[in-house]
Design a protein. Sequence first.
Lengths: 181, 247
Amino acid sequence: MRPTPSQTVGPFYGYALPFRGGGDLVPSGHPGAISVHGYVYDGAGDPIPDALLEFWQADAAGNLDGKPGSMRRDEVDGSFAGRDGVTFTGFARVATDLDGHWTLRTVRPGGAPYIAVCVFARGLLHHLYTRLYLDDGDDALLASLPADRRATLVAAPERDGVYRFDIRLQGEGETVFLDLG
Amino acid sequence: MPEPLSQETISREIAELAARSDGADHPARDYPPYRSSGLRHPHRPLVAPPEAYAELRGPVFGASDVTPLDADLTRQHAGEPLGERITVTGRVTDRDGRPVRGQLVEVWQANASGRYPHQRDQHPAPLDPNFTGTGRCLTDADGRYAFTTIKPGAYPWKNHVNAWRPAHIHFSVFGTAFAQRLVTQMYFPGDPLFPYDPILQSVTDDKARERLVAAYDHELSQPEWSLGYRWDIVLDGPSATWMEEGR
Ligand SMILES: [Fe+2]
């Protein structure tokens, strides 16, 4: 069967898709918690304030089964209840702020050495996949890339437990995006 | 001052790109008639990774993430929203036709007047205090989803002079693999705005574009209550071989 075509997420997803704590896969103070943050830039080098990022990763033990509970509802009034603070769901969703900036709080994934990333934005007709590596280590994709391109997939340590990862949609320093078809 | 960008210019560009359609299922990320795509598409070709692990699995959602009322966009406020009440239902499958079960489907849309409750939407059409326009549900064992809502209105946007979006509902769908992720828009049959809209026309293959248009289904209409539309969703990739090889 032929697939349903993609269309842009548009400018008005903000009241529908992002949810409070969407970028907090673990609570603050969680043992081993790390923060990864950065900007999403367009081809003119300007930050993109209307991008939406999704992250999917294994838990610290390498389990990729995922768990419900990323966007729990209150059963009494149907309002948003937030994560339960204990379950690691593996899924995060963060909209860039008005500065084009985003933050993810998580733990290092076990097993596969990367966090899978999906990028949506106004102006982007079909989402883009990339990977966020916390180390420039032994990995088949990293090994297949020239050094400058490889560097776009590896987060830079800023200080203890804090990493920087910028996504450049176009032009100089353009992030490596993946064909997963 | 640059000359205002006319529909005539956009329509000419749309026609030129349609004539060169390569029959792709998805829009090219570089589609000049949609002006915002200009600085927001990669110049470099996508890279096929030698192996994938995480992307072949995906996030899981469950009963705790969705309440049954979330699928009825007409019951989120004290009063009834204005507009034409509709139901939209269909199946989510993979490319082999297998149902995608228990997965999250999210929708968002403008109200009947073509207005979003978003402060960047400055279209001078009324907000409806009884309609927000967001919904979600989990697919059932057949991959089926269903929403009750109102038919959204067309709305203007600033791509060019006199640019109007055909009425549409935004959909976000998860598959069993993160690599099957889909965000798209569902349109209503027979909308006269189709040929003018560079977002819909970014899908240059006629057959592929038709797959974005729901069918009116009289069997789904409920007497004295609502009009029914059917729209099935087929998630792309990863290919079966990729899954089996566990590349
Ligand atoms: Fe829209």
